[in-house]
Structures are given as C-alpha cells and as structure tokens.
Design a protein around this ligand. Structure first.
Ligand code: PEP
Length: 248
C-alpha cells in the first residue's frame, strides 16, 4: 500500500480563540483532499476547544508533552491528558523545543516512548542547523537524531510520522530545494532500511518542513520520498488548504 500523504499545521504559540475558530472555519470550507491526512498542532490551552469544533476528518495534535502520565511537573501536560480531551497526536522534538528549551535526543526519545505507550500518534521532528549543513554534517545529524528514536519507537512505526525540518529553513522563508529535501528523505529511508527494517523504510511517512507555502508545495510534493509537510507560518493562513491539496 502507498504512503498516505500527511500534512500537519504547527500553529506554535499563535492565535487566540477568535483566530483559531477562523482557521478551523477555513479548513471546514476547504475543500480538503480526502486522501490526505490532516493534523493541526494546537497551543495546549486551545486543544480541547479546537478538538470540539473540528470535523472528524481533521486530527488535533499537541505541540509537546511530558514523559510521564502525571505528577509534580508544573506547567507540563501528559499524553493521558491529551487523549482525555479527545486529541490523538503530539508533535515532539520540534527544533524550537530542542534549541530554545534545550531538549536533547534522549529526552525527545523518552517523550516519544511514553506518548506511543499512551496511545498517541507522534510527529517526530529531526533536522540539521545551517552550521551543521555547511559543515557537511546533515546526514550525521539526522541519522543520530533518528537513531535515538529507534528503541523508543520499537514496533510502533505505524504510529509515527518523521518530519525532516532543516532548522535553517524553519520560519526563515528559505525553503530547501526539492532536490535537497528529496536527497535527505531518500538517505533517511536507506538508513532506516539498514537500521530498522526494509518494511519500516518503505512504509514510514516522512514530512518535509521549513517555509512550505502554497507556492512551493506542489514541487516538493512531487518528490518520491516526500510524504507530506509540517507547516508553521502558512498553517495560520488560508493557503494551508492549497498545501493540503498539493498532490491534486
Ligand atoms: C515548523 O514550525 O515546523 C515550520 C516548518 O515552520 P515554517 O513553516 O514557518 O517554516
């Protein structure tokens, strides 16, 4: 079976109740390609509200969660809480979590493991900085980040989407060229074939993220190893509909 295209919108710390309602209204009008899985990454405080107003064709994700079900972790939310309000996804290891909040590979892996154990699906983000790319270390970095996830994911690869997001392309307006993105996706699949299994390599969906817009989405979507997008800025705008529909 082919890999179903999956497009995530990462709203980050943006929007208020009025704006998130407008975004959902725009998505409801769509029309959104029914063959594409759509996931919106919502600020924690609006998760329950957004979950209550989206149609069941749109999935809701938290943008982070903690690595245990409950306890003395002020300010955190758990996978159990995310599930309790009806959402089924979480974005983990986003580069903003890694750089601004100091999340290292091992913590990201612990979070992924606990989220999966709790029954959530996970968008797991990886990607190199500009410095790392210029030093020729792109593959080394994304392989290291993915390797840390292997024991955490175990046999749950069907519940995981990898998001390759070169840090230099996130929120910068600098998109990776389709060839640059395709090259990393293809080498990641080769690496997975050698280090997980051929089945995982063939079946796991790998999103590209980094300044995706309606203007560049079609060309990126045409690459054989790009199975969707994780979209920041443009997911707050009506053009997100065109990004979802990029394979049409
Ligand atoms: C992101 O936040 O995951 C992202 C890719 O942001 P942007 O689309 O704004 O570059």
């Amino acid at each position: 079976m082919g890999r179903k295209f999956v497009v995530g919108g990462n709203w980050k710390m943006n929007g208020d109740k009025k704006q998130v309602t407008e975004i959902v209204d725009t998505l409801k009008k769509g029309p959104l390609d029914a063959n594409v899985e759509v996931v919106v990454g919502v600020p924690a405080i609006y998760l329950e509200y957004v979950q209550s107003i989206v149609p069941n064709t749109i999935n809701v994700a938290a943008q982070n969660c903690w690595k245990s079900p409950k306890g003395a972790f002020t300010g955190e939310i758990s996978p159990a809480m995310i599930k309790d309000i009806g959402a089924n996804w979480v974005i983990l290891g986003h580069s903003e979590r890694r750089t601004i909040f100091g999340e290292k590979d091992d913590l990201v892996a612990e979070k992924v493991a606990h989220a999966l154990e709790s029954g959530l699906k996970v968008i797991a983000c990886i990607g190199e900085t500009l410095e790392e790319r210029e030093a020729g270390k792109t593959e080394e970095v994304v392989f290291r980040q993915t390797k840390a996830l292997l024991p955490a994911i175990g046999s749950n690869w069907d519940k995981v989407v990898l998001a390759y997001e070169p840090v230099w392309a996130i929120g910068t307006g600098k998109t990776a060229t389709p060839q640059q993105a395709q090259d990393v996706h293809a080498s990641l699949r080769n690496w997975l074939s050698a280090n997980a299994s051929a089945d995982v390599a063939n079946s796991v969906r790998i999103q590209y993220g980094g300044s995706v817009t309606a203007a560049n989405a079609k060309e990126l979507a045409a690459c054989p190893d790009i199975d969707g997008f994780l979209v920041g800025g443009a997911s707050l705008k009506p053009e997100f509909v065109d990004i979802v529909n990029a394979t049409q």
